[in-house]
Design a protein around this ligand. Structure first.
Ligand code: ADP
Length: 190
């Protein structure tokens, strides 16, 4: 199975490139952000809990997202592979993912890290907020999400570099140009 982690700061294009990946390689897409937003929309207990963290630009606690991911993975049986979008975001989450995959006789194939500078990220997220109406795409929350990414998530790059799984890709250019680079990284591990 092809288990791809699409990694990067908020606004780096993870969601967009995930859509391209799932089509080209016939994979399932697991976006923890999408799952949490669906829970919020449905007004579930999990959604109510997540809302407070998301609207402040903080991470939802590890035990909550890890438990959620286990359930989502179970619902994606018999697939050619999975694109993990927005997960893992912390070291405990990456350990949990390794274990969840191991239990299923699987492992992470490649971690594609989309590299985009802060001013470009802020610009993209403000524009997205004007269209999506996402409550976390406003300047104040964007700034805390970028801080959280730097403090808690970007250290994972070192971890995946050490395991030889990291593929850094320039996340600036047209969507198609970036996807060519991502496909090259994926084809190497296919
Ligand atoms: P973005 O990458 O643009 O921030 P996401 O949809 O991936 O968008 O995430 C939106 C928010 O959902 C995050 O700021 C965070 O609060 C929450 N979230 C998503 N995935 C996780 C995760 N793996 N761990 C903790 N919180 C998460």
């Amino acid at each position: 199975m092809l288990n791809i982690i699409i990694f990067g700061a908020p606004g780096s294009g993870k969601g967009t490139q995930s859509e391209y990946l799932i089509k080209k390689y016939n994979l399932a897409h697991i976006s923890t952000g999408d799952v949490l937003r669906a829970e919020m929309k449905n007004g579930t207990e999990l959604g109510k809990l997540a809302e407070g963290y998301i609207s402040r630009g903080q991470l939802v606690p590890d035990d909550v997202v890890i438990g959620m991911l286990g359930h989502v993975l179970d619902s994606k049986k018999d697939v050619a592979g999975v694109v993990f979008d927005g997960f893992p975001r912390t070291l405990p989450q990456s350990n949990a993912l390794d274990n969840l995959l191991k239990e299923r006789g699987e492992e992470v194939s490649v971690v594609v890290s989309l590299e985009v500078e802060d001013p470009e990220l802020i610009d993209r997220l403000i524009k997205r907020g004007q269209q999506s109406g996402r409550s976390d795409d406003n300047l104040e929350t964007i700034k805390s999400r970028l801080d959280v990414y730097k403090d808690q998530t970007s250290p994972l790059k070192e971890h995946y570099k050490n395991t030889g799984k990291l593929a850094s890709v320039k996340g600036v250019g047209t969507i198609d140009e970036i996807f060519v680079l991502i496909s090259e990284a994926v084809d190497k591990v296919k």
